[in-house]
Write a protein that binds this ligand. Structure first.
Ligand SMILES: Cc1ncc(COP(=O)(O)O)c(C=O)c1O
Length: 308
């Protein structure tokens, strides 16, 4: 069994976010600290993995094979879960061998690594891509990049339950909208399905607009047979995925000092900065209540020498 029979489900706390620019605008934000759920298996990753692990168990697999880059939060969480729960993990990496802190962890967690180059990695969507890998590793189950797809989304329903269960502790009866970073849109799609149109969702894109996030979200809705969701995607990428600039780094540092909430520059820092810009542009009425999902990823900060 890959999943523990106890059904390990980490709990995140929902905390009021105190920042001047929110107070000035009369907007209230609570942050769900998925970054704190576990020292190694942090953020939205465990939630996106759970249904894949259940499917792997149903298939009688002994481990998981998946893909990602040399800073991948997904591979990091997967490798850590494999080590913790005692299952085999295989990682297919984009590009040529690099010795990033993430890659060192993957090796230390016992993940078997293969570097595919860039062209080899681009082939990951082609039919037949997995065949040679599953011949080489017959007892592993293939999980798509980032733990995506409908299975990845369905695991994120638990994120909504954790928020709903803690609203009263903030003195909130309800809130108006979700705000979160999007890479593939899987987490947003999962929240939308679970929330069933109750609140709007804002996805702050960590990747440029042409990266297929909206089609990916729509395809998850179509697979779930659930078309209606009130969501909006906002370009938060600041030019490119993983592009980091001085204003972003300063914002992350100041936010950490003012609120005690650590952010990283690829997803959560960009997402909160995009929220600030949206708020300052008058995008929300006074009195709006939002939940910001801290999707973790702090391990990836080590790969950025300029990160505060
Ligand atoms: C820290 C962090 N936040 C957000 C996301 C985006 O999640 P999704 O791909 O479900 O949109 C990712 C990527 O998977 C991530 O690593």
């Amino acid at each position: 069994m890959l999943l523990p029979s106890s059904g390990w489900l980490p709990q995140a706390s929902l905390q009021y976010l105190h920042l001047d620019w929110l107070t000035t605008a009369g907007i209230e934000v609570a942050v769900l600290r998925l970054d704190q759920i576990d020292p190694l298996i942090s953020g939205n990753k465990w939630f996106k993995l759970v249904e894949h692990l259940k499917a792997a168990d149903r298939a009688g697999a002994e481990g998981i094979i998946s893909l990602g880059g040399a800073h991948s939060n997904h591979l990091h969480a997967l490798a850590a879960a494999g080590k913790r729960l005692g299952f085999k993990t295989v990682g297919l990496l984009r590009g040529h061998p690099q010795n990033t802190p993430t890659v060192q962890d993957l090796q230390a967690f016992g993940m078997q690594l293969h570097w595919l180059g860039y062209a080899g990695y681009r082939a990951r969507h082609q039919p037949g891509f997995w065949i040679p890998w599953l011949m080489q590793y017959p007892n592993v189950y293939a999980v798509p990049e980032g733990g995506g797809g409908l299975a990845g989304a369905l695991g994120c329903a638990a994120i909504k339950q954790q928020v709903d269960a803690q609203l009263a502790s903030l003195g909130w009866e309800d809130f108006d909208a979700w705000w979160l970073a999007c890479g593939t849109g899987t987490t947003l799609a999962g929240l939308a399905l679970a929330d069933n149109g109750k609140r709007s969702l804002y996805g702050a894109l960590a990747v440029p607009d042409d990266h297929g996030v909206a089609p990916n979200i729509e395809s998850i809705f179509a697979q779930a047979n659930d078309p209606a969701a009130n969501y909006q995607l906002i370009d938060a990428s600041r030019g490119a995925f993983a592009k980091v600039d001085e204003a972003l780094l300063t914002f992350i540092e100041q936010t950490g000092q003012a609120s005690g909430v650590p952010l990283e520059p690829l997803y959560t820092g960009k997402a909160l900065l995009a929220l600030k810009q949206h708020v300052e542009a008058g995008g929300f009425a006074v009195g709006t209540r939002l939940v910001f999902i801290h999707t973790g990823g702090l391990q990836g900060r080590r790969g950025f020498a300029t990160t505060p």
